[in-house]
Design a protein around this ligand. Structure first.
Ligand SMILES: NC(=O)c1ccc[n+]([C@@H]2O[C@H](COP(=O)([O-])OP(=O)(O)OC[C@H]3O[C@@H](n4cnc5c(N)ncnc54)[C@H](OP(=O)(O)O)[C@@H]3O)[C@@H](O)[C@H]2O)c1
Length: 165
């Protein structure tokens, strides 16, 4: 099972403002769709509520501590590791897609094998941030610059294998 993070941040590391993503960049959502279509999305409850519906063509798991939470067309998990267990026999690629709390936990717990990171080439105001990245255990594999109403940089990182002890 390959687990990837998919995130977009501004140059000042902001990913959200309250429930909202504080930019509108032509092409960036299309890129998210191309990366994730046909796969499994794992997201925090606040991110799900800011999207407001299951995204088509993808299995969706919402992480919440509320055992009564229920959404038609999505599955619920009580933690990130429970979500990953629930999809462990599914051959589709797994994407952890935010928000701030979930990215922080996924990176701190070493759950991501790869990171798809888009950096919007401007600074914005907001209160939700992406963790410090890249950390030394990730290496840049590929990057593409996109020109748009605000230019953005897509980078793909993979985890480097741990040295044998
Ligand atoms: N730019 C991007 O790429 C991107 C991507 C996604 C989201 N966002 C933005 O990020 C913001 C949302 O991020 P956020 O940090 O506020 O919220 P979040 O990470 O989306 O969701 C937080 C919620 O997830 C649940 N949760 C977190 N850790 C858990 C755990 N260990 N076990 C069980 N449940 C857990 C809790 O739900 P309960 O309270 O229900 O228990 C918690 O309130 C929004 O602004 C959104 O637009 C940006």
């Amino acid at each position: 099972m390959t687990v990837s993070l998919v995130a977009a941040r501004a140059l000042n590391n902001i990913i959200g403002n309250g429930p909202d993503i504080p930019w509108q960049v032509k092409g960036e959502q299309k890129l998210f769709r191309e990366i994730t279509i046909g796969g499994i999305l794992i997201m925090g409850r606040k991110t799900y509520e800011s999207i407001g519906r299951p995204l088509p063509g993808r299995r969706t798991i919402i992480v919440t501590r509320n055992s009564a939470y229920s959404v038609l067309g999505c599955e619920i998990a009580s933690s990130l590791s429970t979500a990953l267990q629930a999809v462990s026999n599914d051959p589709r690629p797994v994407f952890i897609v935010g928000g701030g709390q979930i990215y922080q936990q996924a990176l701190a717990q070493g759950l991501a094998d790869a990171v798809h990171l888009t950096t919007i080439q401007t600074e914005v105001e907001g209160d939700i941030t992406f963790p410090d990245f890249p950390t030394p255990d990730f290496k840049l594999v590929k990057e593409t610059h996109f020109a748009s109403n605000i230019d953005y940089l897509y980078q793909y990182f993979e985890k480097t294998p741990s040295p044998i002890e």
